[in-house]
Write a protein that binds this ligand. Structure first.
Ligand code: C2E
Ligand code: MG
Ligand code: MG
Length: 636
């Protein structure tokens, strides 16, 4: 019968209903009381028909106002509700007793009608009050008990049959009312409990829908909701906000080599390290796969972001203990800020993603902050992407050929095929611009095959000892299907696969070393050579290089520029050449532009070179003239 302390939802529901019903109960009580005071006004003394009703009215009005106010206020804590309901229950006893005694004290004034009015007043008012207190059983019961005891006790003592009958009548009706109240209260409690259960279930569903089940972090959907919220707040407060997107480097090999359960544990630990690095102004979510997202509110300056990004990247470079050997990976991070260059949630996310892409491509394992140069590049990329999607591949794309020269014999040993795009909208677009975009939008495979076909068709017409070198991108080796298409294209041509070198850049190899290893194995099996392009710019380790069945290393031109006057470059090329000799691989030096550079390379024992000093890339027709003319004295 007491107020249900251990059921907060029920307390809240009672509180909500009673805040509407209690003012109504006081209204009934006061209207009925004033009607009784009025009929007794000319018989009873003024303190009974005026003073006492005024005092009772004041008390009731205050209580009614307190409850009325609660309608428009937020629902308080369960403990506060409990105290309010207990107080109300207690006060109900005093107020009922007060009104009952006051009504009975009027009984001896006036005639039979007035006396009947007292009996009617008590009967009708107690029923009205019980009705309004249905959701507060204890109060309803106290009211019924107080009024009935006083009522029955008093009217039985009058020995007037009508009043005794009325008293019995009221007791019976009140008893029936209490039974109904009990049933109603039971239904009310069950309904509230059922609602609470449904709410709990839907909260749980919502939580599951917004949570990544593996790491327990907020998922992609929750991330975008949180981003919208944080951005709206940043707009209001004028604060700077940053979004970071983080992608693990080397996660796929861990998954492939150690299995998915180890991969899963790695993701969980990455999530834990990220969470541990956050403070109250940051949020972390898992977007899917090995991609995580961060939201930073209250960003002070770029230095702060840089320091934070560096610390996260450093944290994730520390070895993870998942199996008996420690597993080491790294993470690339792109961060963009609002409102600097980005003006909306979508753009700040897109820019962070772009910065991540730049980090992954150029400096994996570190933070890249989205800047004005990225913004310009992104706009250019968007135009390029649109033109690329519209392009007529066979018509707009062609290949040029750059000779690869043997310095000892002066002969051209091979040509490297280099793609060219003459776009009707953008003019001539360099491969450094369109290849990365084609890779990003998954278009590269559609480009590779026609270009390879064109290159092979040209190469068929060279003397048999002249090789063809053809560039492949990471995506070309990224799936069995793509590799098979390349193999089919080579086999369908008249060109001898043994005279073909496929170039794969070092950074492409590092993206998915296991799959690239598989692809290289297949190319080698059909007799092709495989060169590691731009060697020295990636982050491959000796053990990783040894695991690949390569035939050549192509030293990146960045080490060759000014080699004759730059001791650091000289030493690097020297060690790269020594490395290739140790590994039994041929070595090609790219980007030779001056005789000084060539002489420096000769002094290092380099033999095979490529560069503007010999020739820029040329169209096919010129390669035939070149071969005729140039089997070939050295430039002096
Ligand atoms: P790469 O494979 O390292 O090709 C050599 C790049 O260096 C070519 O640039 C070439 O024109 C340039 N180069 C050659 N000698 C010199 C020199 O002495 N000085 C200077 N400054 N540059 C020199 P290009 O043609 O602009 O190609 C850029 C990159 O685009 C290539 O680098 C290659 O990674 C990629 N690429 C070109 N064609 C294709 C293709 O058909 N497929 C794929 N996947 N990538 C391609
Ligand atoms: Mg190349
Ligand atoms: Mg290269």
């Amino acid at each position: 019968m007491s107020v249900p302390r251990d059921n907060p939802k029920l307390l809240q529901a009672q509180y909500r209903v009673l805040s509407r019903q209690i003012p109504m109960m006081y209204f009934i009580l006061l209207v009925n009381s004033w009607a009784l005071a009025w009929t007794h006004y000319s018989y009873a003394p003024g303190w009974l028909t005026l003073t006492v009703p005024v005092v009772l009215t004041l008390v009731c009005s205050v209580r009614s106002w307190v409850w009325h106010q609660r309608q428009s206020r937020a629902i308080p804590e369960p403990q506060v509700i409990y105290e309010a309901l207990t107080r109300t229950t207690r006060m109900t006893g005093f107020i009922s007793a007060g009104f009952a005694v006051w009504a009975l004290s009027l009984f001896r004034y006036g005639g039979a009608y007035e006396q009947a009015h007292v009996a009617f007043y008590m009967g009708i008012t107690v029923i009205g009050c019980i009705f309004c207190l249905m959701q507060l059983r204890s109060a309803a019961l106290i009211t019924a008990a107080v009024v009935n005891v006083v009522f029955v006790g008093f009217f039985a003592s009058t020995h007037i049959t009508t009043f005794v009958a009325t008293a019995v009548n009221v007791v019976l009706v009140t008893g029936a009312m209490l039974v109904i109240l009990q049933n109603h209260y039971g239904d009310f409690t069950r309904l509230v409990n059922a609602q609470a259960e449904t709410e709990k279930l839907s909260d749980e569903n919502l939580r599951l829908a917004n949570q990544d089940s593996l790491t327990g972090l907020p998922n992609r959907r929750q991330f975008f909701t949180a981003l919208d919220k944080a951005l709206a707040q940043a707009q209001q407060t004028g604060q700077r906000l940053a979004v970071g997107i983080l992608d693990l480097d080397g996660f796929k090999p861990v998954n492939d080599v150690y299995g998915h359960s180890v991969g899963d544990r790695l993701l969980v630990q990455v999530g834990q390290r990220l969470t541990a690095s956050m403070d109250a102004t940051m949020q972390v979510a898992r977007l899917g796969g090995d991609e995580f997202a961060l939201i930073f509110t209250h960003v002070r300056d770029n230095e702060q972001l840089q320091a934070f990004g560096d610390s996260i990247c450093a944290e994730l470079k520390k070895p993870f203990t998942l199996i008996d050997v420690p597993v080491q990976i790294s993470a690339s991070l792109g961060i963009a800020t609002y409102p600097d260059l980005a003006s909306s949630a979508a753009s700040v996310y897109e820019y962070a993603d772009y910065a991540l892409y730049q980090s992954k491509r150029n400096h994996p394992g570190v933070l890249s902050l989205f800047c004005a140069a990225h913004h310009q590049q992104l706009q250019r990329d968007t135009l390029t992407e649109q033109a690329l999607r519209r392009a007529k591949l066979d018509f707009e794309f062609s290949v040029l050929f750059q000779p690869i020269v043997d310095l000892h014999s002066g002969r051209t040993v091979a040509f490297e095929a280099l793609a060219r795009w003459a776009s009707p909208d953008l003019g001539s677009v360099p491969p450094s611009q369109f290849i990365p975009i084609a890779e990003r939008i998954g278009f590269i495979n559609r480009l590779t095959l026609p270009l390879l076909r064109k290159a092979l068709r040209a190469a068929e017409q060279w003397p048999p000892e002249v090789r063809l070198s053809f560039n492949l991108s990471a995506h070309d080796c990224g799936s069995q299907e793509n590799v098979q298409q390349i193999i089919d294209t080579i086999l369908a041509s008249q060109f001898d696969p043994a005279q073909l070198d496929l170039e794969i850049t070092e950074t492409a190899v590092m993206q998915d070393i296991v799959q690239v290893q598989r692809a290289i194995g297949l190319f080698r099996r059909m007799g092709c050579g495989v060169s590691l392009d731009d060697f020295g710019t990636g982050y491959s380790s000796l053990s990783q290089l040894h695991a690949l069945a390569l035939t050549k290393l192509k030293v990146d031109r960045s080490f060759v520029t000014g080699i004759h006057e730059n001791p650091a470059s000289y030493k690097i090329v020297k060690s790269l050449v020594a490395l290739s000799q140790d590994m039994g691989l041929d070595c090609i030096i790219e980007g030779v532009e001056t005789t000084d550079e060539m002489n420096a390379l000769l002094s290092l024992g380099c033999r095979t070179v490529q560069g503007y000093l010999f020739s820029r890339p040329m169209p096919f027709a010129q390669t035939l003239e070149w071969l005729e003319k140039n089997q070939s004295p050295l430039p002096s």
